[in-house]
Design a protein around this ligand. Structure first.
Ligand SMILES: Nc1ncnc2c1ncn2[C@@H]1O[C@H](COP(=O)(O)OP(=O)(O)O)[C@@H](O)[C@H]1O
Ligand SMILES: [Mg+2]
Length: 334
């Protein structure tokens, strides 16, 4: 185990008026829990606004969680993961935090805004190496930068150029090179291909898969595209309005979606049409409710065609069903 996320919540306060009083909260994440191990990919899928990016940012420590805990097992301590895990929070010891930032990297959706336009590619890639004092000389630094560019399928000569000279796909390769510069143990990939041309998307996914094999990295792979998620994930977490509503392997999830929301998401994939679906033909109506005033009970009950009386008041817990599967739905868990 590298990372354990335990009941993590993230509420963003809404400030109003000249005194900036808190008028309410955007409930972006509601008690999300999961674990991720070496070399594993956890896919995170769900409609826009369901909290995917917030989850990535809380793990990457861009945001502090409102509540809940994140545990991290330092390198070499995996055999005794639970005993050795360090809790990542505001006052975590500096050295552990520094290692954590080195070990957990993030790649963003928009390759046009994620690279500083005033820096050369060489400087962009050298920066993390310098901060963590990885190279002993200027020559070693330049050599490492060249190797990184080659690793992601770019020429070392590109080091002297600026981001605007590259296409979206090439920029995403540069972002990937920057993310792997410090040999991280985990990368949070936040919709890394959704801003790219379809023709380039699979190249980037293949590159990420190759690098994962070579370096045994874990990925938290966020996407609203179930098709992409199916192809990269060992496990898929389906999110709805800040909640994880189902966790399963890609095969189990696609062949037999247990949550009506998962089933409805599948329906939206044009070329994925398994003949038998356990919950029949489900369609998603309208927009998800606002995370400022989420529904009582099951967050999905306002759009669920199988809604029962108890779903309106009683929130289903994410519960184990059979082996290796979890679902939060009263239809499935009594
Ligand atoms: N910094 C922020 N301040 C306030 N609300 C935010 C912030 N970031 C995200 N949100 C809100 O939290 C919810 C989840 O957003 P996000 O994590 O970006 O979803 P996703 O990545 O799944 O589209 C949305 O309602 C969004 O508007
Ligand atoms: Mg997002």
């Amino acid at each position: 185990m590298i990372l354990k996320v335990d009941k993590v919540k993230k509420y963003f306060p809404i400030k109003k008026g000249i005194f900036l009083l808190t008028a309410g909260y955007v409930r972006a994440l509601e008690e999300v829990s999961f674990e991720i191990s070496e070399g594993q990919t956890i896919g995170v899928v769900g409609e826009s606004g369901c909290g995917k990016t917030t989850l990535g940012r809380v793990i990457a420590k861009v945001y502090d969680a409102t509540s809940g805990r994140i545990f991290y097992t330092p390198h070499g301590k995996e055999n005794n993961a639970i005993a050795q895990a360090a809790e990542i929070r505001k006052n975590t010891e500096k050295q552990i935090m520094k290692n954590y930032r080195k070990d957990v990297q993030m790649i963003f959706q928009d390759p046009y805004n994620s690279l500083d336009p005033r820096m050369t590619i060489g400087d962009i890639l050298a920066e993390p190496l310098q901060v963590h004092k990885v190279c002993s000389s200027e020559a070693a630094l330049n050599e490492t930068v060249s190797q990184l560019l080659l690793k992601v399928g770019l020429y070392p000569e590109y080091a002297s150029r600026y981001p605007h000279e590259f296409s979206g796909g090439q920029r995403q390769r540069i972002s990937i090179a920057r993310a792997i510069a410090l040999h991280p143990r985990m990368i949070i990939c936040d919709e890394p291909t959704s801003a790219l041309d379809v023709s380039v998307q699979s190249q980037i996914i293949n590159l990420l898969k190759d690098l994962q094999k070579e370096y045994q990295m874990a990925y938290l792979f966020i996407s609203h595209n179930l098709d992409v998620i199916y192809h990269v994930s060992d496990w898929i977490m389906v999110m709805y309005l800040g909640n994880v509503v189902e966790i399963a392997t890609p095969e189990a999830l696609f062949e037999d979606p247990l949550h009506p929301y998962t089933s409805a998401l599948m329906k939206a994939i044009p070329n994925w049409n398994p003949e038998e679906r356990s919950l029949g033909e489900t369609t998603l109506q309208g927009e998800p409710p606002s995370p400022i005033a989420p529904p009582s009970g099951c967050p999905f009950h306002t759009r669920c065609e199988f809604v029962m009386e108890r779903c309106k008041t009683d929130k289903p817990r994410l519960s184990e069903i059979g082996q290796d599967r979890k679902v939060a739905c009263h239809l499935r868990v009594q």
